[in-house]
Design a protein around this ligand. Structure first.
Ligand code: 8YV
Length: 324
């Protein structure tokens, strides 16, 4: 029987499904990749399934039997993809099942920032609602505004759809390639990054974190945005130079930010971001609903079982390994 190391986020029924076919070592709370029991189990494992752990080439050296990894996430910046491919280890992720929920989170941040929902909920809590609110509490419209998507993959397109079809927004996007089908469906328009930043009222980042996108948005980009512009990040914190973002918010070169992701997670307690009145900060809840997290874990379970049986997993990141 094959051996699977599983960590975090699996439901009992999903563990049972794994146990019917494999030996399973489950680490429900794994605080560190250095946990000796985890490393011991990994040294014998054929499959690894879990979420939110940085996997290093050095860990792979200690896992000589590993055939496949199924991450409970769509993003795979925690994995050394080239190194996995070189070693012939399959890497699977969970696209599609989280697209709509993550797009909902994007819109939650768009609406919360534009209408100052968190700030004004706090205003009530502080007992400050003594008369009908005035201009000092007004927000800005969402409908009719321009939504600039940095990245137009599955999640980007789902946010763009909400914006165009639900809120009557004009959608611009910068992406490696134009998407004529979306242009036709949503009236979306492809732009270079500079023009997109200049023309958008909301700039929403959905690109994956790669060597090319690290600090894609920094001082220069915030300076190009409108001073009334609202910046949304639901992708990865490292796509943005966070110090430049803080500076841009402090000196009002942009108006507000809605952030679900940060350069360091959990966000350090001394970060000023959650305390700024023009920031809505969430603890990386993009896909965090009961329904979606269950579907993601299920997809990962299906992926790992298929991979260990020698069948093609549903969502494979490093296709090259499969063809070989
Ligand atoms: C994951 C995410 O839960 O899927 C992703 O890429 O960002 C989240 O949905 C998280 O990354 C797991 O570590």
């Amino acid at each position: 029987t094959k051996r699977i190391v599983a960590f975090r986020r699996l439901k009992e029924a999903q563990l049972d499904q794994l146990r019917r076919e494999c030996h399973v070592d489950y680490f429900e709370r794994l605080d560190s990749a250095d946990d000796p029991d985890f490393r011991q189990a990994l040294s014998q494992a054929h499959g690894l399934v879990g979420a939110g752990l940085k996997i290093t080439p050095e860990m792979l050296d200690d896992a000589p039997h590993l055939e496949a990894i199924a991450s409970i996430s769509v993003g795979y910046d925690n994995y050394p993809v080239d190194e996995l491919t070189r070693r012939g280890i399959l890497l699977c992720n969970t696209p599609d099942v989280l697209t709509e929920t993550t797009a909902d989170t994007g819109f939650l941040l768009i609406m919360a920032t534009a209408r100052r929902a968190v700030e004004l909920a706090e205003f009530i809590k502080q007992g400050e609602w003594r008369e009908s609110i005035g201009e000092a509490q007004f927000g800005s419209d969402i409908h009719g505004k321009t939504l600039g998507m940095v990245g137009m993959g599955r999640i980007g397109a789902a946010i763009a759809r909400r914006g165009a079809l639900g809120f009557g927004m004009k959608v611009l996007y910068s992406n490696a390639s134009p998407k004529p089908a979306l242009d036709a469906e949503l009236g979306a328009e492809h732009r270079d990054m500079e023009t997109l930043l200049q023309e958008s009222d909301f700039v929403c980042v959905t690109v994956p974190l790669t060597a090319e996108t690290e600090h894609l948005i920094g001082e220069r980009e915030f300076a190009l945005m409108k001073s009334s512009g609202i910046f949304i990040n639901i992708a990865r914190g490292k796509v943005v130079d966070e110090a430049a973002l803080i500076a841009a918010l402090q000196d009002s070169s942009i108006h507000a930010a809605g952030l679900d992701v940060f350069e360091q997670e959990p966000l350090p307690n001394d970060s000023p971001l959650p305390h700024m009145s023009n920031v809505v900060a969430l603890p990386h809840i993009g896909s965090a609903t009961h329904e979606t997290r269950t579907a993601m874990a299920q997809r990962a379970v299906d992926n790992i079982l298929l991979a260990l049986k020698g069948e093609r997993p549903i969502s494979l990141v490093n296709e090259g390994v499969w063809k070989e």
